[in-house]
Design a protein around this ligand. Structure first.
Ligand SMILES: [Zn+2]
Length: 444
């Protein structure tokens, strides 16, 4: 379920949003790798397709109205028959299509809460008279699990993990570690506000825990399939986490001060994240949803926390493993976040499989200033400072150092990173760029 309380008027505003139009009005197939495709469209849940000699596995199946179109995309891809459908949660725009594939003999897999959730017939009066109608019995899972389930399909591990009380009470994250792909379901909506189904056991603390699960199982090369919206990466997920925690914290602070929902909306708590959330109308709706949930379902368990200003939260796009080649050498950087939110980086130069040079650096915070500490082998430690950072670049400087005096990083698209060291050398200005590409982190 993407947005339960949308009126037809808001569907219209969504349809006119240029960025969303393509997704809303067409069925699209995006290849993610050998045998892996994401099918999306009509604002239904994204389908992850894994096909191969053993058959096809789907993660989610869209709505009854759209599954036929999704099925014709499968045919055009030449996908073998669907043998498994794994549901990320019970909402109809992810599960109604189960019936079509179950009718052809597919096994439908879902968390143990799904069968009971799917047969409910209730009206949520506190959220726009949202009527939850019972699902077609033919769409109900034929195989359930409680905590986790691992399948091996077409040579890939398909690891399904239950995240309790998150978007609903029956969420599953589907991780394909061999392909480095995660379908995280509606725990992550990319470029739109998420929905929390408070009435089916959804909780903010669980949403944040589910997002953290995704962050802990991904690196810079991981493709993260959201429930809705374009396929993202770890940096997108971390920015989304900051948004979710930031807006919720601001809403909780207003509530603590006694503000009404309208007064809370008037303070525009979601405005700093408008680029991620869309129109003011959708931001207001999201604020109302959080207000309602925190008032009726979760006030005790969600504690107001300051939005952290750690290097991890300010440079999320740096995390992971990066590689480039130069003159027969392979140059790698691996960046990880430490428990205190600082970053540790390891640079290595490899020639013919042998490490010929290695360096460990850290990025810590001193108030708002980011501090890059280099520990070059056999030389004194050097500190470079960056007073600011953008969401795609950071530039550190130490004018007193010999060479370099500047160290910079710049995110290039979803999968690229350019590092640069620069400064005066032998009487002239010199810049050495490292055009890195994201790679899957290997080993330790
Ligand atoms: Zn949903």
């Amino acid at each position: 379920m993407r947005r339960a309380a949308l009126t037809s008027a808001c569907f219209a505003c969504l349809a006119t949003a240029a960025a969303a139009q393509q997704d809303v009005m067409a069925m699209r197939a995006e290849p993610l790798g050998p045998g892996l495709t994401v099918i999306s469209g009509f604002a239904n849940g994204n389908i992850l397709v894994l096909s191969g000699p053993e058959g096809t596995l789907l993660v989610d199946a869209q709505s009854a109205k759209r599954v036929g179109l999704a099925d014709s995309v499968l045919t055009s891809l030449g996908a073998p028959p669907v043998r498994w459908v794994v549901n990320t949660h019970y909402h109809g725009d992810h599960t109604e299509g189960n019936a079509l594939f179950r009718g052809r003999g597919a096994e439908i897999i879902g968390q143990a809460a799904l069968p009971a959730q799917m047969v409910k017939d209730t009206t949520i009066t506190s959220w726009g008279e949202w009527h939850r109608t019972p699902a077609d019995p033919a769409s109900i899972p034929t195989r359930t699990f409680r905590d986790s389930l691992t399948l091996r399909v077409n040579g890939q591990r398909v690891m399904i993990t239950h995240l309790p009380s998150a978007h609903t009470d029956g969420d599953a994250i589907v991780w394909l570690p061999d392909a480095n792909v995660i379908h995280i379901g509606d725990l992550f909506e990319h470029q739109a506000p998420p929905f929390l189904d408070w009435w089916a056991g959804g909780r903010l603390t669980g949403m944040l825990a589910g997002v953290d699960w995704g962050l802990n199982h991904s690196d810079s090369a991981t493709r993260i399939v959201p429930g809705h919206g374009p396929v993202g990466n770890r940096a997108d997920l971390l920015q989304y986490r900051q948004m979710l925690l930031g807006v919720s914290t601001a809403v909780a602070e207003q509530m603590k001060a006694g503000a009404s929902v309208e007064a809370t909306q008037a303070t525009q708590p979601a405005a700093p994240w408008q680029a991620q959330l869309g129109s003011p109308r959708r931001m207001n709706e999201f604020v109302a949803l959080l207000y309602l949930g925190l008032a009726e379902f979760e006030s005790a368990s969600f504690r107001v926390r300051a939005v952290p200003r750690t290097p991890e939260s300010r440079l999320p796009w740096l995390l992971g493993c990066w590689q480039t080649s130069r003159k027969g050498l392979t140059i790698e950087e691996r960046w990880i976040a430490l428990p205190d939110g600082s970053l540790a980086g390891r640079g290595r130069t490899v020639r013919n499989g042998t490490v010929v040079d290695s360096e460990v650096v850290t990025i810590t915070a001193r108030g708002d200033t980011l501090v890059y500490t280099a520990n070059p082998a056999g030389q004194a430690q050097a500190l470079f400072l960056a007073p600011t950072a953008t969401d795609s670049s950071v530039a550190f400087a130490n004018p007193a150092h010999d060479f370099p005096t500047r160290v910079g990083y710049r995110r290039v698209g979803a999968m690229g990173l350019t590092a640069e060291v620069a400064g005066p050398a032998e009487g002239r200005e010199r810049t050495i760029p490292f055009p890195y590409a994201a790679v899957v982190c290997q080993g330790s």
